[in-house]
Design a protein around this ligand. Structure first.
Ligand SMILES: [Zn+2]
Length: 312
């Protein structure tokens, strides 16, 4: 079945989400797509045919009234719908195609068509709440994907979020759900203000959410060590069938929005580490989704390093 080194989801439709002069801009994905072509990823990978997420798939994570509202905003090209979040005419197609990529990748990886997938998608998703947009995010791609995994019979999903911001939307989706483990490492105190160590889930899910808040002066080694230690501990505990990654690249030293002290090659190490973790726990099944990362040159370099690490 495997004719490429991984499944790679990329499309010019993600450029239809026009945000104007906003850090989460069209040039981000245009530059990622150019890098994927230039570095040979498109040639070496399998590009699946996939469809936009259906309303039914989105409803596994979002409320019906929010999905309807989002669709109306997009039809109207409503502009700023939340303090940080912009919607244009093309946003519905981009957002649903991104969530659809995440679901399709989960299905193919869970069915054994390939072990690894990377989704070069936008808008990002991990801040989106079940009933509202937030922080550049419209649909919570990774939450929708985790819900899809469960409908396929996946008993335990591990979501790892190394975006520099806390994945508050994802955490909220699975706060009381013990079948989805969640680890987030993020700069703290920082946007969106959540992600304290004490936030570990509720009820039967207590202990399945792990937050690693780190100060702004945290070095790359400490960042990666803490992420690996805490994630390995949680993986032992929840025994995942599948690992999903919120791959943000805004912990890069030059990132204009986030920024810690990571450089592109640290994402090579991180990619290698998480692919190894997936091999150890779930036959290598790993689906990585692009989240943040706002430096127009460095972010695509970080994606390249991440993919080199994953496939090393
Ligand atoms: Zn971020």
């Amino acid at each position: 079945m495997r004719d490429g080194i991984m499944l790679l989801y990329h499309s010019e439709i993600f450029e239809k989400h026009n945000t104007g002069n906003h850090p989460e801009c069209v040039a981000r994905i245009a530059n990622v797509n150019a890098m994927l072509e230039k570095k040979g990823w498109i040639k070496q990978s399998t590009k699946p045919n996939w469809l936009a997420a259906t309303v039914e798939q989105c409803r596994r994570n979002h409320t019906e009234s929010y999905i309807e509202q989002l669709h109306r905003w997009c039809d109207q090209g409503a502009g700023r719908v939340e303090s940080d979040t912009v919607v244009s005419i093309g946003s519905w197609d981009a957002a649903t195609l991104g969530a659809g990529a995440a679901c399709d990748a989960v299905r193919r990886v869970f069915n054994g068509e390939d072990t690894q997938a990377f989704c070069a998608i936008r808008p990002p998703g991990h801040h989106a709440l079940q009933d509202a947009p937030m922080g550049f995010c419209l649909l919570n791609n990774i939450s929708i994907a985790a819900q899809c995994a469960r409908t396929l019979g996946c008993h335990s999903v591990l979501i790892v979020d190394w975006d520099v911001h806390h994945g508050n939307g994802t955490q909220a989706s699975f706060w009381e759900d013990p079948s989805v483990g969640f680890v987030s490492i993020h700069r703290f105190p920082f946007y969106p203000g959540t992600g304290r160590k004490e936030e570990t889930g509720a009820g039967a899910a207590t202990g399945t959410k792990v937050n690693i808040p780190v100060p702004a002066d945290t070095g790359p080694k400490s960042f990666l060590d803490q992420l690996a230690t805490q994630t390995e501990k949680l993986a032992q505990k929840i025994k995942p069938d599948l690992i999903l990654l919120s791959a943000g690249f805004d912990a890069h030293v030059a990132d204009p929005v986030g920024g810690l002290s990571l450089e592109a090659e640290h994402y090579f190490e991180a990619g290698k580490w998480i692919a190894g973790l997936a091999r150890e726990h779930c036959q290598g099944r790993l689906v990585s989704l692009l989240e943040g990362g706002y430096h127009l040159q460095h972010m695509p370099e970080c994606v390249d390093a991440h993919l080199r690490g994953m496939t090393a």
